[in-house]
Design a protein around this ligand. Sequence first.
Ligand code: ADP
Length: 157
Amino acid sequence: MKIAVYPGSFDPITNGHLDILRRSLKVFDQVILLLATNGAKKGRFSVEEKLSMMKEATSDIPGVIVDSYDGLTVDYCLNHDAKSIIRGLRAVTDFEYEFQLAAANHFVNPDVDMVFFMASSQTTFISSSTVDELERNGADISSLVPPCVARAYSQKK
Ligand code: ADP
C-alpha cells in the first residue's frame, strides 16, 4: 500500500488543500492529512478546531486519515511507513520555500521524497491567510472553503 503524508498548518483547511488532497489520492492509496503543531506560526484557530474541521471536511473522501504531530514530518513518515510527503505549489514564491524544505527533509532522511502537485487554476489564489483576510473584511468565502469552515467563521462572530 502506498502511503503519503500531506502536512501543513491548515489554519483553516481550504478548497485549495482539498483539491491537492483529492488529486493525491489518485496516486496514493492512503493519505495522512497531518496538522503540524510545532510551527512558529500563531494559529487563528486552535489545534482542536483545526483538527475537527480537517476531519469533517474529509469525512466523505475514502483513504484519508487526519492526525497531528509535534515534530519533523520526516520522522512521522518513518513511524507510519510513508515514503512521500505531498505539498502543493501555487506561485513561484511557494517554489522557493518548498525547494528549501525538500533539501532540509532530504538532509534528515533521503528515503522520504517530496511530491508536488500544481494548484488547479480555480483554486490557485486560495490560501488560509487570504481566506481569513477576505472573511474579516466581509467577503463571501463560502466557495473557497468547506462548509464546516464557513460555519466556524460565522460562529466566531
Ligand atoms: P504550511 O504552513 O506548511 O505551508 P499550509 O496549510 O499553508 O501549510 O499549506 C500546506 C501545503 O498546501 C503547502 O504545500 C501549500 O503550498 C499547499 N497549498 C495551500 N493552498 C493551496 C492551493 N490553493 N493550491 C495548491 N496548494 C496549496
